[in-house]
Write a protein that binds this ligand. Structure first.
Ligand SMILES: [Zn+2]
Length: 146
């Protein structure tokens, strides 16, 4: 990796607060370096610019692959996948009442959960919320200070 691309990944990591931009898993809880997702895949003309990149866990990234749309399980209509660059996570997802599952609240959210199996990765690695980037670390390990 070149110095320039390392700097780009560090900017990406800082912008995402160290969380997968799809399932909200935390990189430091997962214990592995997250990958870079091209929101619009290179195979479909997506660029390497920061505004087309998302920090992505190693569970979501291979599931997303080159997908840009999936079926909304409710309507059975193909809709675009969630775009971390163009959309707000909280507009398309919420946490289940027990705080354990990512729930899609719109066709885009439902299709993305279905396509990426966000709930499974979150169950394994914890998550962070819009308001509290370190929420999962608290309930996972109790090791954070507040
Ligand atoms: Zn993820």
């Amino acid at each position: 990796m070149t110095h320039a691309s390392r700097r780009l990944v560090e900017r990406l990591r800082a912008r995402a607060h160290g969380c997968c931009e799809y399932c909200r898993s935390q990189e430091r809880v997962a214990g592995e370096v997250f990958t870079v997702d091209h929101v619009v895949p290179r195979a479909k003309g997506g660029s390497d610019d920061l505004d087309n990149l998302a920090l992505c866990c190693y569970v979501c990234n291979p599931l997303k692959g080159d997908k840009t749309e999936a079926l909304d399980p409710k309507s059975r209509i193909a809709v675009p996948l969630f775009s971390p660059r163009a959309q707000r996570w909280a507009d398309h997802f919420k946490w289940s009442d027990d705080g354990l599952l990512v729930v899609g609240t719109t066709p885009v959210g439902r299709a993305t959960v279905e396509a990426l199996r966000c709930a499974l990765s979150k169950m394994r690695f914890g998550y962070c919320s819009e308001r509290s980037p370190c929420r999962s670390l608290r309930w996972t390990s109790g090791a954070t200070s507040e």
